[in-house]
Design a protein around this ligand. Sequence first.
Ligand code: BTN
Length: 266
Amino acid sequence: MDKQDILNALSTREIGKHLEVLDRIDSTNSYLKREALRGLPHGAVALAERQTGGRGRLGRSFSSPEGKGVYCSVLLRPHVAPMEAVDLTSYAAVALCNGIEKATGLRPQIKWTNDLVMGGKKICGVLCEMSIAPDGSLQYVVIGFGVNVTQTPDEWPEELKEIAGSVSEAVRHQVSREKLTAELLNSLEEVYHNWILGKRERYLEQYRRDCLTLGREVKVIRAGREEATFAEDIDEHFGLVVRYPDGRRETVTSGEVSVRGLCGYI
Ligand code: BTN
């Protein structure tokens, strides 16, 4: 990745003012968390050509082959209580949809909670991590996202072939990782500022429009048990409101459960 090409297309004031492109790292999230303790500023960005230990949600790994994706983490230091920062992941998902649409002309959809999907395949995952000081205040948030950009269908390992895809495959032309990175960061900064300003409704509405889980039969997976439900709504904290066959309604949050479609990936 050419750092200068990214900087040339970047129109941010804070995010990416400190930007590193690493050749190889365990995980850009882990790297930024280590550097955050050494005083890295708000808005710092770490990108890697490849990750040897890319991490996903729920303890999963994130496939990060060399030169094929955008593996990126952003350090944010908002002055809010930790509870208030929890929603940031969902805002980030909308921001990433905006950035991908800007760079490619095609808008991904969101599989609740935070997977971005194009052409029925996962093309991006988001992992937000926060650190809380001993006095209970928020020290920092790291928003990490991995976008599959140039992989062709035959390149995926067997276990990912059915569920993973790339942006280039979905839009049917090669997408520049530098341009895409810049648009993702431009978009993240805009959304971050609106989050600070409390413009929740706008992003809730957009999230509901983008969310392909809504209006579908889904399985709620909790403690290894799967239950069939219907995804009815997204509540004001981006929780998924589901209805069980007996009429019972419940809001599930990303911390508690994962949701799988009844047929195939979605
Ligand atoms: C998921 O799919 O569950 C989330 C995947 C998040 C992957 C990104 S890649 C950059 C950053 N570094 C990591 O180790 N993870 C995130």
